[in-house]
Design a protein around this ligand. Structure first.
Ligand SMILES: O=P(O)(O)O[C@H]1O[C@H](CO)[C@@H](O)[C@H]1O
Ligand SMILES: O=c1cc[nH]c(=O)[nH]1
Length: 236
């Protein structure tokens, strides 16, 4: 039966592994560019979802929208009501140090956050949640096989894109060791933990707060193909 935010009647329409970009048009780009035999399974609120084949193996891709409340809803429905086992977020991030360059790919070892998402959702009081190690190992192998270099690091999962104090990132980098910022993985990792599922996050550096470099919105939608190719290798 459909859920409030996903209009699927037969849960077999969604694969066990779902790639999850924030941007619905990045989901469409992945389906159009990399998948064959594609079937769109969701368009509620224009949060587009597709299932298809990659190298003959089945995988789904669906957007999460921006921020923890949004990915909190979609990942919960996919895990709990549609029997999804693995979600790999594929997002953009802002670098906190010149050690990560534009277009570099980061595999998120764990996410530090000041967000209340995990506490409110399930009473978890901590500030750090890790991705699923077994899923990370598969992604590391895929990256190695493809010859794509990745950083494996802690990142900051933030509820806020525009801060009144834009220099706050320096403290978060120095105190907590976060090399970049995005806005969803802490909630995704939490949902996976409470529901006994698997989650991982690959990020491409779209801008850098330390060096002030940035990519365009069109590049963020269409050009981050290295992390997509790594994640697509999880198709089954
Ligand atoms: O590119 P996506 O996956 O949307 O990820 C990043 O971009 C958005 C902010 O521009 C936030 O969702 C952040 O996490
Ligand atoms: O959350 C994000 C994503 C990309 N770039 C940023 O600066 N922040």
């Amino acid at each position: 039966m459909p859920t409030p935010h996903i209009e699927v009647r037969n849960k077999n329409e969604i694969a066990k592994t779902v790639l999850m970009p924030g941007d619905p048009l990045r989901a469409k780009f992945i389906a159009d560019t990399f998948l064959t035999d594609v079937k769109q399974f969701n368009s509620v609120r224009n949060v587009l979802g597709y299932t298809g084949n990659y190298k003959g193996r089945r995988i789904s891709v669906m957007a999460s929208g921006m921020g923890m409340p949004s990915i909190g809803i979609y990942s919960y429905e996919l895990y709990k009501f549609y029997d999804v086992e693995n979600i790999v977020r594929i997002g953009s991030c802002g670098g906190y140090t010149s050690d990560v360059k534009l277009y570099d790919v980061i595999l998120v070892k764990d996410a530090w956050s000041e967000s209340t998402y995990a506490k409110v959702q399930g009473g978890y009081e901590g500030n750090i949640i890790e991705g699923t190690p077994e899923l990370n190992q598969k992604l590391i192998k895929a990256a190695n096989d493809l010859g794509i270099p990745i950083h494996i690091e802690r990142i900051h999962s933030s509820d806020v894109f525009y801060r009144e104090n834009p220099d706050k990132y320096k403290e978060i980098y120095e105190k907590y060791g976060c090399v970049a910022v995005e806005m969803e993985s802490f909630a995704l990792f939490h949902n996976a933990k409470v529901l006994g599922k698997n989650a991982a996050c690959l990020l491409t550096v779209s801008d850098n707060l330390a060096t002030k470099e940035e990519t365009t919105s069109e590049e963020r939608q269409n050009s981050f193909t290295n992390m997509m190719k790594i994640a697509l290798e999880l198709a089954e």
